[in-house]
Design a protein. Structure first.
Length: 325
């Protein structure tokens, strides 16, 4: 494990400068609290967040709100955004908005109906995107899993099904949303019972990695919970990717500072969570944490980690050769 930590420290070192042809993009996941927030206020708050290339929104009230949200995404970005609107969830739907100057959609969007489980829930919404500059393709998915209290069996089953689906995919997957996993701000890294078992089912066997913010803060205003409900996870991330995530304030475009925050009839009761991904040169890896790579039983997939370490070391050898030539 010491060897693993050393390698990860190398990848996260600021001495590894960005390649000239590196490509960065920013994604944001946000629960808008359909029916209990002001779309006019949400629109302004979205517009205040600069440089967002892909939005994954949950609890979007109806198609009537989409035009306002689309214009908010475009404001200040000098870009046209395409909207993909989910069909499930009644008045609490999912939506993906992406910058068409940076990405093109490949094929038709997909809704994972087998994860919906009951008619009132939302089927995860998946869009396949291709970078216009890099040619990199990946799947972007927005989720809103069942609430229903701590350790809800339906939510745990939904997480199991998403994990199984992801195992069959070949492209990288970025997924954002309100997973309702109740990841305790102070103790969640310790695992059960301080975080929902659905979290462990999603990351089982190292399929998904939690892109953990450096600072954990509440993402829902409910005073009865001191937990993160909104996440960014990544699956099948290639070595050329690096990512970092933050929990944001609703107003402005800054990381959240205070743990507690208030809800109102105007504001969403959730904070947005963003992630910035950089496609880098060979030898650089997605910044991971040891906690995020552990499997559901806490032991981690040792053989998979060792295999990846060997591959990383080969990449480093090749990178050193290139640097000394």
């Amino acid at each position: 494990m010491k060897r693993l930590c050393i390698l990860l420290a190398l990848f996260m070192s600021p001495s590894l400068s960005l390649a000239q042809d590196s490509l960065s993009f920013r994604v944001v996941g946000w629960n808008l609290e359909s029916g209990e927030s002001s779309i006019r206020l949400i629109r302004r708050q979205m517009a205040d967040k600069d440089g967002v290339d892909i939005w994954g929104l949950s609890e979007v009230p109806s198609s009537n709100a989409i035009s306002a949200l689309e214009s908010a995404a475009e404001e200040g970005e000098n870009a046209d955004f395409e909207v993909v609107f989910g069909s499930t969830g009644g008045n609490d739907r999912l939506a993906v908005l992406f910058d068409t100057t940076r990405f093109e959609r490949v094929g038709e969007p997909e809704e994972l109906s087998f994860v919906q489980l009951t008619p009132g829930l939302r089927a995860p919404l998946v869009v396949r995107l291709k970078g216009r500059q890099s040619g990199t393709e990946f799947l972007f998915m927005v989720n809103h899993l069942k609430r229903g209290g701590v350790q809800n069996p339906t939510r745990i089953q939904q997480a199991e099904l998403i994990n199984q689906w992801a195992q069959d995919q070949e492209l990288p997957i970025i997924t954002v949303g309100d997973f309702n996993f109740d990841y305790d701000v102070d103790l969640g890294d310790a695992g059960f019972p301080h975080r929902d078992r659905g979290f462990d089912e999603l990351i089982r066997d190292g399929v998904f990695v939690y892109l953990r913010p450096d600072r954990l803060l509440k993402t829902n205003a409910d005073d009865n919970f001191n937990s993160v409900l909104d996440f960014v996870f990544v699956a099948h991330a290639p070595f050329a990717w690096r990512g970092e995530s933050r929990i944001l304030e609703r107003d402005g475009d800054e990381p959240a500072e205070e743990n507690d925050f208030d809800d109102s009839q105007q504001q969403s009761d959730h904070r947005p969570v963003d992630a910035i991904f950089t496609l880098r040169g060979e030898g650089d890896n997605l910044a991971l944490t040891e906690t995020a790579t552990k499997s559901a039983d806490g032991s981690g997939n040792r053989s998979e980690i060792l295999d990846r370490l060997e591959e990383i070391e080969r990449e480093l050898v090749e990178l050193r050769k290139q640097l000394t030539e």
